[in-house]
Design a binder for this molecule. Structure first.
Ligand code: 6PG
Length: 246
């Protein structure tokens, strides 16, 4: 039986970070709206890049968003309280979830208080598997509709860092990790992150140009280059990250 054709990645290159955030917000609004009435699940990225996207979604700048049927998850989190400025959950709540009055029942944050990173990861993995209804990913049945990811200058994505043994993890859906500054983190593994109808990277700024080029060439030492989405892969880039000068 022929392997399903792997679609070529779709790339949107926009003039600047604001244009990237708007194009991604329009795309996500259209994608979610096309599934209105059905449960729609989005795995959020942390870092600074997606903040503007989250704000635009909350403003419904590109049309009404199906908040009631959309459920929100995280690809990674720092092991800090949700009130901590480093918290990815705090970022998403402030920029979007609170402003859009998203029901708490639709918000599935990674637990970060009173647990070790590994215990938090195991709890999140149990929660994900309970929602999915099965302890193993089934081909053709994505865990998420959309996974949003960023790219670190070292080529990491989520909290999967270069040289980490987690890059070879094929069973666990979530695991504890340690960030560059020693901050404990919880991250989904490639097993979970790849299980999406669409994986969308948002990458902006000249500082990401070199690592982005290496990732898109498939440099095996870079975690973001190792992700093999089961569905579509979409890149939202600005000129600076794409290396386009006018
Ligand atoms: C995190 C993110 C991380 C982020 C990249 C890019 O928790 O830090 O999950 O993977 O997406 O480091 O971060 P910026 O968007 O801030 O450049």
């Amino acid at each position: 039986m022929k392997a399903p054709a792997v679609e070529a990645p779709e790339t949107f290159v926009l003039a600047d970070a604001e244009a990237v955030a708007n194009r991604a917000a329009r795309w996500l609004t259209e994608t979610a709206t096309a599934r209105a009435g059905e449960r729609f699940s989005v795995c959020l990225s942390g870092g600074s890049t997606p903040r503007r996207l989250y704000e635009l979604l909350a403003e419904e700048r590109h049309g009404p968003f199906p908040w009631a049927t959309t459920h929100w998850f995280w690809g990674d989190e720092r092991l800090v309280p949700p009130t901590d400025p480093q918290s990815n959950q705090r970022l998403a709540r402030e920029a979007m979830l609170a402003r859009a009055h998203v029901p708490e029942a639709n918000i599935h944050a990674m637990p970060t208080v009173g647990l070790t990173a590994d215990a938090a990861a195991r709890q999140y993995e149990r929660d994900l598997q309970a929602r999915y209804g099965y302890g193993q990913i089934e081909p053709g049945r994505p865990l998420f509709d959309v996974v949003l990811l960023g790219l670190g200058e070292d080529g990491h994505t989520a909290s999967l860092f270069p040289g980490s043994p987690l890059l070879d993890e094929r069973v666990r859906w979530a695991a504890g990790a340690t960030g560059p500054n020693g901050v404990e983190r919880v991250t989904l593994t490639f097993t979970a992150l790849r299980s999406a109808a669409t994986v969308a990277f948002l990458v902006v700024g000249a500082g990401k140009r070199d690592v982005l080029a290496r990732v898109r060439r498939g440099a095996p030492e870079l975690p973001a280059a190792l992700l093999r989405p089961a569905g579509r892969l979409v890149w939202f880039l600005d000129d600076a990250a794409a290396g386009i000068t006018h």
